[in-house]
Design a protein around this ligand. Structure first.
Ligand code: ARG
Length: 262
């Protein structure tokens, strides 16, 4: 009880402090910890991490469930999800249109120059997807001089540009790349393994297959603006709590059918 009262007083004092912000007429931008709403950006063509329910148009998927649970755990009253192009997400953090990216985004050194990532919450990797009747391409080593498709701004697209002689075609959404593969306008797609697996299970296996080994492991993280490290810490804390109380495992099982490897 004592602890609770202390905490309550601390919160009230904080309120007083931020309430009379030292003579500056312009209101200070809402601090992460006093904001009630968490605005999330995502590109929802990435099942099972983010997609829109066909009927309700609600956002579903592991990332969506997890970021909502994290927002709740961190004390946000509301969690709003905005749909945008994958390559528009990092710029949207910069212009403060969103607070956080939840979009299966791989933590990379390159991106970490522009954003602050939370701790990783999912281990993934890239794979090569080809037409089922293509027996010439058995893995990434066979992609030289081929036409490779990938979603714009993704690690898959970056990987494709490293293949000697390859002609890289960028697509706004993965479903467009899949259609182009089906129509034989491209020879392969480089994309995230769990998304490729989900796609095959949802009917893609009629014409496509995964070939070769999974490329290097990648870790997904949520990303916030570089000047919002407080928010990153808050999200990290909430994520750790959900990992401890079993909620994270529950969501992982819901979407991937098994508990996460420890
Ligand atoms: N993990 C890859 C990356 O970070 C692909 C992410 C694509 N996410 C999406 N929601 N479309 O580049």
């Amino acid at each position: 009880m004592r602890k609770f009262l202390c905490a309550l007083m601390a919160v009230m004092m904080l309120g007083v402090l931020t309430g009379c912000g030292g003579g500056d007429k312009k209101a200070a931008p809402a601090k992460a910890e006093t904001k009630k709403e968490l605005i999330v950006g995502t590109e929802p063509g990435f099942a099972p991490f983010e997609f829109q329910d066909e009927k309700t148009k609600d956002y579903a998927g592991f990332d969506m469930d997890l970021i909502r649970a994290i927002a709740k755990q961190a004390g946000f009253a509301k969690c709003t999800i905005n749909n945008m192009g994958f390559d528009a997400l990092i710029p949207a953090l910069g212009t403060k249109n969103i607070d956080v990216i939840a979009s299966g985004m791989t933590i990379s050194e390159e991106r970490a120059k522009k954003v602050t990532f939370t701790k990783g919450y999912y281990t993934s990797g890239l794979v090569v997807l080809v037409n089922k009747d293509n027996n010439a391409i058995k893995g990434i080593e066979d992609l030289k001089n081929k036409r490779i498709g990938a979603q714009i701004g993704t690690t898959g697209a970056m990987q494709a540009t490293k293949v000697p002689g390859a002609q890289v075609k960028n697509f706004n959404v993965n479903s467009d790349a899949a259609l182009e593969l089906k129509n034989k306008g491209i020879d392969a797609i480089i994309l995230d393994l769990p998304v490729a697996q989900w796609f095959l299970k949802q009917g893609g296996s009629e014409y496509a297959k995964i070939v070769g080994a999974t490329l290097d492991a990648e870790e997904y993280g949520f990303a916030v603006s570089k000047d919002n490290k407080d928010l990153a810490a808050k999200l990290d804390k909430a994520l750790a709590e959900l990992q401890k109380n079993g909620e994270y495992d529950k969501l992982y099982k819901k979407w991937f059918g098994e508990a996460p490897k420890k």
